[in-house]
Design a protein. Structure first.
Length: 273
């Protein structure tokens, strides 16, 4: 079957969204002790239990670093980089679970990052075994609780002064998406006005998602000399046990992506070394 593509635009409007049970453990790394608090929400969300595995400290020095390469070519008519530009980037590849175990090459995820002073571009290439998506969303494709179906995710922390404040972006194989400001166990819609494009290749069993995120929605003053803390994730499956995968493993007891101490580092360069 030929590849099927979906191109979608649309502004977001602000609306407070409640996300389930983000609990901060007493065992969180000492580096984050000043920021400890516990917040409970009504419903249980299995991979966003705010829990730090006490063994994480033993792994923390292994947090990875990757490079975002400056985009110098023109974007296409839809506002996205072309193949020549993406081929110049670092390749982030992961297929292990959130504990760094049980690799599954048939569900591997590739991430690439490009930047300009105005826009951060993310590309996810996701191998899949099955597709599990919502059939309904807001008119602009924004869908709350998108994480209950298949998604690729990016957690971005441009300002590292408070480890419990960061941005969350998710995109699904059908182009549905969500953007959230996370702050001390609460969340609300960002209104980032991102653009996205998704291409599904059923023959190759891959889906590719490109995000173009306005830099002004991420930071008030972008400084390419300042690294960010980031992590990238995948979720696949309609019911447990689902596939939870992380670039930088969180080592939590249960699947949990909200572990800022596990974030890796993103540095901005004009080109790869």
């Amino acid at each position: 079957m030929c590849a099927m593509s979906l191109l979608a635009y649309g502004p977001s409007w602000s609306a407070c969204m409640n996300r389930s049970n983000l609990n901060i453990s007493k065992n969180i790394s000492a580096a984050f002790a000043p920021y400890l608090l516990c917040v409970s929400f009504a419903a249980f969300l299995n991979y966003t239990i705010w829990t730090m595995n006490p063994n994480f400290v033993a792994h923390s020095k292994q947090n990875p670093t990757t490079v975002a390469v400056r985009l110098v070519e023109n974007v296409d008519a839809n506002g996205f980089p072309g193949k020549v530009s993406w081929d110049k980037t670092a390749v982030i590849l992961f297929d292990q679970d959130w504990r760094g175990e049980s690799p599954d090459p048939a569900r591997a995820t590739e991430v690439r990052v490009l930047w300009t002073p105005e826009t951060l571009f993310l590309r996810f290439v996701a191998k899949y075994q099955s597709l599990n998506i919502y059939n309904e969303a807001r008119n602009d494709g924004w869908r709350d609780q998108l994480w209950d179906r298949d998604v690729a995710e990016a957690f971005l922390q441009p300002d590292t002064s408070d480890p419990l404040v960061y941005k969350e972006f998710e995109v699904a194989p059908n182009g549905f998406w969500i953007d959230l400001d996370i702050s001390h166990g609460t969340n609300q819609e960002m209104g980032s006005r991102l653009k996205r494009r998704v291409v599904l290749d059923e023959k190759a069993k891959t889906w590719t998602a490109d995000l173009a995120i306005p830099m002004k929605s991420l930071t008030a003053s972008f400084d390419a000399n300042q690294g960010w803390r980031v992590n990238f994730y995948r979720v696949e499956g309609a019911a447990e046990p689902r596939f939870y995968s992380a670039w930088s493993p969180t080592y939590s007891e249960r699947p949990n992506f909200h572990v800022p101490a596990a974030f890796g580092t993103l540095v901005f360069r004009d080109r790869l070394p």
